[in-house]
Design a protein around this ligand. Sequence first.
Ligand code: HEM
Ligand code: HEM
Length: 168
Amino acid sequence: MSPTVRAFLKSSLAWLAIGVTLGVAMAAHPVWTIYRLAHVHMMLLGFVAMMIFGVAYHLVPAFSGFPLHRPTAARVHWWLANFGLATMASGFVLRVHAPAAGTILLAAGGSLSAAGAYLFVYLIWRTIDGPAHLRAGAHRARTAMDNRRPGRQPLPLATSSRGTPPAA
Ligand code: HEM
Ligand code: HEM
C-alpha cells in the first residue's frame, strides 16, 4: 500500500470519527442541526469519498495492469481534498453566524475540493488507459490470451509444442 493510499484511508477514518461526533451532538441537541451541512459533507466528501479515492488509487492500477499515472499528483490531491474539506466545513459552520465570511470560506474550500476531484478524474482516467509505450504491448498480450479461449484458433506456438504429434 502506497503512502498516499494510507493517507486517504486514514483521513477517511478521521472524517468518519469527526462526522459521527457531530451527528451524535446534533441528535442529542437538536438546535445544532443548523450545522447539518458540515456533518453531511464530512460524511459524504470526507468518509465516503476519501475511502473511494484511497481504494481506487490502490485497485485501479492492479485492475488495469498499469502503474498509477503521476503518483506525486495523487499526493497533491490528498492535500486539496483534505484542506479543501476542512475549509468547506468551517465555511458551512461560519455561514450560520456570519453569512458573508462563511460564504467566502465555503467558496474557497469548495474550489480546492473540486480541483482535487478533477485531478482524481484525470489521474484515474490516464491510469486506466496506461502509458502509450506500454499500451501496444498490453494489447498484444490481451489478444494472445483471447486466442487461447475455447472455440478460438490456438496460437501457432501452442500447436507446435502441445498439439502436433512427433513425426514418425
Ligand atoms: C453516529 C452516526 C450518525 C448520527 C448520530 C447522525 C445524525 C444526524 C442528524 C441528527 C442529522 C440531522 C437531521 C435533521 O436535520 O434533523 C443528520 C443528517 C444527515 N446525515 Fe447523519 N448521522 C450519523 C451518521 C451519518 C453517516 C454515516 C452518513 C453518511 C455516510 C450521514 C449522512 C447524513 C446526511 C446526508 C444528512 C442530511 C439529511 C438531510 O438532508 O435531510 N450521517 N445526521
Ligand atoms: C466541491 C465539493 C462540494 C461543494 C462545494 C458542495 C457544496 C454544497 C452546497 C453549497 C450545498 C447546499 C447548501 C445549502 O442548502 O445552503 C450542498 C448540499 C449538499 N451536498 Fe454538497 N458540495 C460538494 C460536494 C458534495 C458531494 C461529493 C456530495 C455527496 C457525495 C454532496 C452532497 C450534498 C448533499 C446531500 C447536500 C444536501 C444536504 C441537505 O440539504 O441536507 N456534496 N453542497
